[in-house]
Design a protein. Structure first.
Length: 626
């Protein structure tokens, strides 16, 4: 079967951008080029590919040579989340000895001394960082923070109230719960009272330290979720924070200010409060799962589809199609008038206006997620927002994978946005941040090892000249060689393949680079039809742009016409991005738009589920009894 250049590109055009680590080549692996360089022609030795056992031949036995399985390159994996175990706060070594007869119940300093002496009886467990910070803090600070005489202070009561309201900022109040000493106690047994107050003092400081750390950087370590998450966790000076607690004249304001104060977080927090207050769902539109309706067909779910348009469509849409709505009698026939109604609804909601009612349209027709689903997505979004810098930068690029969109911000506001194509579920795009560095015009496509091994190798074993015919450049150990000269039955380590700049190049006219270990970048593509799809998780990991010249012009600070001139000049060239432009390759199933309204998206990779499992694991670890 003869393959055209276009057919081959269609098969391999989903560009792989995952960084893959391959096993080293066997020391005695031989290619045809090795033979040619040696000068003496001999039969090439066919070494097994990485991970394939050669087996052992028995003496005088006829061994049937079976086809060896092809090697495979796999991407990162998801982990079973492991939360930190609680650690005992070792304040017993900080207990100050007192003479019992010197303790006076009506003299605060003596009472404080009694409580410090009772540190020897304290059994409090908390997160490792908080435990270390509390130990250091009380080693330096000899007074008490939360005690007033023989009871708890107003400052303590305010702090407890803030911790109890942790759910309002997406945290778990149970993580910061402390046992409050009773107002009534036996004055004849002050040692017992001092022990209760000492335990409360240390427990509340531990809870406050944990809350501050969680509010700043989140409860979940993103790098324990999966290999697709890549973040350096924020450092939080907890000892300094506890000192600020002592100095603060408004403990509520101080604790609440530990959560991000940017507009995105504020809008997510407000949306969470709004959704939790809803009793709703009484008149929710329900459309049977798996419904697919095309123009000219009939379907009993059509009545619910029309109900969804009426409930969630704009007044202008309903006015324009008032006749179709008024005359519809609930029949299953999908008439041209109803197709036009649905197409208008799809266009209004940013969907492809083709009249085909599938998963994306149904999501809009039923009003999106249920209230419970939205609350769950908001809790994940608030947690993940803490992984990012509080200030994203007045000028930055923000990619949200579940939205299949990229947003360019300048002067502190969104200047434009465009559709993207991101990695498929089997070739996911990573979640990380970086800096835009270079725009490369007329780029080469360096074919990743994952595509060489997973997609090209089967063809090359049957037809070693395949890459030569398709115009790809092959190198072994950095030296250009014909594809037909490579032993494709041996190891591919040291073999590189790239596609020169051309109208058929998989990266199109340009790519925008930001240095990262995952080899992910933004780029053009010849496959423009993909941008018309509603579900655009279709690539091998990199981010394809619907309007690449527009993005290139923005980060370079030049006009689109100038970008066009750079491309038309021909040749592969790298144009440096002189401005400091952070880029965030994110994953939010709930996120505010430029108008301040929170939008909800499908969890295309199922990552929210892993986040919720991490929440559960963290809750279990923190509530475990010591």
């Amino acid at each position: 079967m003869k393959l055209t250049k276009t057919a081959v590109l269609a098969a391999a055009l989903a560009v792989s951008c995952a960084a893959i680590t391959l096993p080293a080549a066997p020391a005695n692996a031989i290619t045809l080029m090795d033979i040619l360089r040696g000068g003496k022609k001999k039969e090439p030795v066919r070494e097994p590919l990485p991970g394939v056992d050669g087996g052992v031949s028995l003496p005088n036995a006829t061994v049937k040579q079976e086809a060896k399985p092809l090697p495979r390159v796999t991407g990162p994996r998801y982990y079973t989340y492991k939360a930190d175990a609680l650690k005992r706060v070792a304040v017993d070594k900080l207990a100050d000895p007192v003479v019992t007869s010197s303790i006076s119940t009506d003299v605060a300093p003596a009472g404080d001394a009694g409580i410090r002496a009772a540190f020897a009886t304290v059994e409090v467990r908390t997160t490792p960082d908080a435990a270390k910070a509390v130990e250091t803090f009380y080693g330096d600070y000899k007074k008490l923070v939360w005690i007033d005489g023989t009871g708890i202070s107003e400052k303590a009561k305010t702090a407890i109230a803030v911790l109890a309201d942790a759910a309002s900022v997406g945290l778990d109040p149970w993580d910061y719960a402390v046992q409050i000493p009773s107002d009534s106690f036996d004055s004849a047994d002050m040692n017992k009272r001092y022990s209760e107050l000492a335990t409360f003092e240390v427990a509340l400081s531990s809870a406050v330290a944990t809350y501050i750390q969680d509010a700043v950087r989140g409860r979940i370590d993103p790098n324990r979720i999966s290999g697709y998450h890549d973040f350096k966790r924020k450092d939080v000076n907890l000892v300094g924070a506890l000192k600020n607690v002592v100095l603060s004249g408004n403990i509520r304001n101080y604790l609440e200010s530990r959560s991000p104060l940017n507009d995105d977080f504020r809008l997510l927090k407000a949306e969470l409060a709004k959704r939790r207050a809803e009793t709703g769902g009484d008149d929710r539109v329900v459309i049977a799962e798996g419904t697919l309706l095309k123009p000219g067909e009939s379907n009993p779910e059509l009545a619910n589809i029309v109900k969804g348009v009426v409930k969630h469509g704009s007044d202008a849409l309903k006015t324009d199609h008032s006749v179709a709505i008024a005359t519809y009698k609930g029949t299953p026939e999908y008439t041209p008038e109803l197709v036009a109604l649905v197409e208008a609804f799809q266009k209004e909601n940013g969907l492809k206006p083709d009249g085909v009612v599938g998963k994306a349209s149904i999501r809009k027709l039923v009003g999106g997620d249920s209230v419970a689903d939205k609350v769950a997505k908001l809790e994940v979004a608030l947690e993940q927002a803490r992984w990012l810098p509080v200030d994203l930068g007045a000028r930055h690029v923000f990619i949200n994978q579940p939205a299949f969109m990229v947003y360019y911000h300048e002067d502190g506001r969104e200047k434009f946005s465009m559709r993207t194509v991101v990695g498929s579920k089997s070739n996911q795009t990573y979640f990380f941040e970086d800096r835009v560095q270079t725009v490369e015009v007329n780029p080469y496509w360096g074919v990743p090892q994952s595509i060489i091994i997973n997609e090209m190798l089967p063809k090359l074993r049957n037809d070693p000249s395949y890459l030569d015919r398709m115009g790809y450049e092959v190198a072994v150990g950095g030296r250009a060689v014909p594809s037909s000269s490579v032993n494709w039955h041996g190891s591919t380590a040291g073999v590189s393949v790239r596609q020169p700049p051309s109208g058929d190049n998989a990266l199109g006219e340009l790519k925008i680079l930001f240095p990262n270990s995952h080899a992910i970048y933004m780029h053009d593509t010849p496959s423009k039809s993909f941008f018309k799809k509603d579900m655009r998780a279709l690539s091998h990991g990199c981010v394809r742009l619907a309007e690449p010249r527009k993005m290139a012009a923005a980060v370079l600070g030049i006009s689109e016409a100038d970008v066009g001139k750079e491309i038309a000049a021909g040749g592969n060239r790298a144009l440096p991005v002189k401005a400091d432009i952070p880029i965030y390759i994110t994953y939010f199933t709930a996120w505010p738009n430029k108008d301040g309204a929170v939008e909800y998206f499908d969890d295309v990779y199922g990552r929210d589920d892993y986040m919720r499992k991490a929440f559960d694991a963290t809750r279990a670890a923190r509530q475990a009894q010591g």
